[in-house]
Design a protein around this ligand. Sequence first.
Ligand code: AQP
Length: 328
Amino acid sequence: MNDKIIFSGIQPSGRLNIGNYIGALSQWPKMQAENNCIFCVVDYHAITVKQDPEELRRRLLEITKTYLAAGIDPEKSIIFRQSDISAHTELAWILNCAGARIADLNKMTQFKDKAGKNQESVSVGLYDYPVLMAADILLYGTEIVPVGEDQKQHVELARDIAKRFNNDYGEVFEIPQAIVKTEGARIMSLLDPMKKMSKSDDNQNNCIALLDDIEEARKKIMRAVTDSEDSIYFDVAEKPALSNLLTIYAQLGNREIKRLEKDYKGKGYGEFKKDLADVVVKFLEDFQAKYNSISDEEALKVLERGKEKAEAIANKKLKEVKELIGIK
Ligand code: AQP
């Protein structure tokens, strides 16, 4: 992949975990050498569910520092905060009116998962979240959106919205495409392998946060559920819990799953989990050392510079859109 416009974002709705890292964040630094990358902290998305204001402000910096620690270079990529650029919410409103359809939003599985049985009482913003995400993506002429599997449907919706708008008003939007990893696109909870690992999970024993205390993280791996039959092989249908742990091992330890299956032939879950805990701990120690070397001031400066660069691109696109729909 070369010379593409790449956009992605993460909402500051909790502490980033190894699922977010493996599925999304780990892909981003590799792309920035040869493409035009834009990475956003999507704070307007986070307020679709109630947030503590102080926590939200703190997490903005935490996620920005996480982007930097993961290897995103602000000299090569644009890093900015969504709420710094009003074009995002303006375009979202325009797309709500011209492009998005209720029938499309009704199909969004993430809304159904998050709203659960309370669909009537959650915020309108939670329902409309994918339209704001479409605006984020379309403002920058984005061609590629690297995300985890749960966000693929939202990128597909952004494509549909862009096509409909182009058709109704004139060609203004690039049609974006999601890129989802073949392995690690959906890391599952440590205690319930049927459920996705999520940063806003009330039970943080389901997740390993990138900033978890090292010994606590080790304990979480040792407590992770496994399947019956004490042998190590990858089979999502038969052994969902172990397959999830094998994926984490392969992704954070840079090993092939096939190789792990060979290495652990004849060995039991106890030994496997102990080694996996070592791999996770080593990964976290390296990551946290980088994270701790970045100051809040540095992160704020990165966001300020990012705002300037991103705003120029976003405002140009918004102006074109407004002209097409007759708002001026
Ligand atoms: N379990 C996961 N495995 C792989 N990738 C994942 N992602 C999220 N969970 C996993 C990817 O990480 C990015 C985060 O996107 P987001 O912050 O917009 O929200 P999300 O997809 O809703 O992630 P969470 O962790 O589940 O957040 P909450 O709990 O707030 O809803 C995306 O690229 C996502 O695919």
